[in-house]
Design a protein around this ligand. Structure first.
Ligand SMILES: [Zn+2]
Length: 311
């Protein structure tokens, strides 16, 4: 009897699209409790695997390279290792695999790998490709970044996020033009549940890369990332000063965990298009305290300065 191939769900979306927030809620669904999770965070100190890993048995973090280009072999190894570990009972059996790409990934090479790499094709089945697009910043990002367009065109389920903060109607029209095959849903407050998301992907049919994707596979994605360690506890004023210093016209993303002088950990996040910097209590282990900044090397006119820091 031919072994059943394990379904794989691919989650993508540009920096700040809200994909991690959606994924966190989906992984709490009973249907994904036994999922194996692979998180790709390049140029950042891995946090998403910690945030997301609380919901599932284990999370693998690929932080050395982007899995759509230089890191694709690493993804293939991770999937193969998962399969062998499952076979030899070195880890709990998993019923599905969930992969979160970096915000800069062009997912088409990953989709293609499930068709063309024999070891993946025999063991895994790409069940759905979700792309989150922010209603706040999505139109600008699609205009400025080819990766954002690739993410949209590769999806079979498109989720317009943050519709509680901006009207998603104009963006939805553009998305329909870019990808007429995909199912589209407008989401408010990350409220789209996993059963609905899965139903969307299934209704849209099999995800297939849009040829000719090989024409352009970027390797640096036109951005730079650097990490600013902030090991000592900070006063609010010192944190404000630090965020001010990191601002600039090319900033796409600011993200990390810091410790305030009251001893509490805080999750700090800002993405292009956001009006305010989001600060929230953080519980859990952190590999390193500090802030990761991702900047665009081109299109400086796109980005806007983050606002004054508000608590
Ligand atoms: Zn890449």
């Amino acid at each position: 009897m031919k072994a059943t191939r394990i379904p794989v769900w691919l989650m993508t979306g540009y920096l700040g699209s809200g994909k991690t927030t959606l994924l966190r809620s989906w992984l709490r669904d009973a249907a994904l409790q036994d999922a194996a999770l692979i998180v790709n965070e390049i140029g950042e100190v891995g946090l998403d695997d910690k945030l997301l890993g609380q919901a599932v048995d284990s999370a693998s973090l690929i932080s050395s390279a982007c899995i759509c280009c230089t890191g694709l072999p690493g993804l293939q190894d991770a999937l193969e290792n998962l399969w062998w570990d499952r076979l030899h009972r070195r880890r709990p059996a998993y019923g599905s695999v969930v992969i979160e790409t970096t915000g800069l990934a062009d997912p088409r090479s990953v989709i293609d790998a499930f068709e063309t790499v024999p070891v993946l094709r025999e063991r895994y089945r790409l069940a759905g490709v979700f792309t989150a697009v922010s209603a706040v910043a999505g139109l600008d990002l699609i205009e400025a970044h080819p990766e954002a367009v690739a993410q949209v065109s590769a999806a079979n389920a498109l989720i317009v996020t943050k519709c509680d903060r901006a009207d998603g109607a104009a963006l939805e029209r553009i998305l329909r033009q870019l990808n007429p095959r995909a199912e589209i849903v407008l989401s408010r407050n990350a409220s789209l549940g996993w059963p609905s998301a899965m139903a969307m992907a299934n209704a849209a049919g099999r995800p297939t890369p849009t040829p000719p994707w090989r024409a352009h596979v970027p390797t640096d994605h036109g951005t730079s990332a650097h990490f600013v360690p902030l090991d000592a506890p900070l006063t609010l004023a010192a944190l404000n000063a630090q965020v001010d210093a990191l601002q600039g016209d090319t900033l796409l993303r600011l993200k990390g965990v810091i410790r305030l002088d009251d001893g509490a950990l805080r999750d700090v996040q800002w993405s292009v298009g956001d009006r305010d910097i989001a600060v929230a209590p953080f519980a859990g282990d952190v590999p390193r305290l500090g802030l990761t900044c991702i900047r665009a090397l081109e299109n400086p006119a796109l980005t806007t300065k983050p606002p004054p820091f508000v608590f």
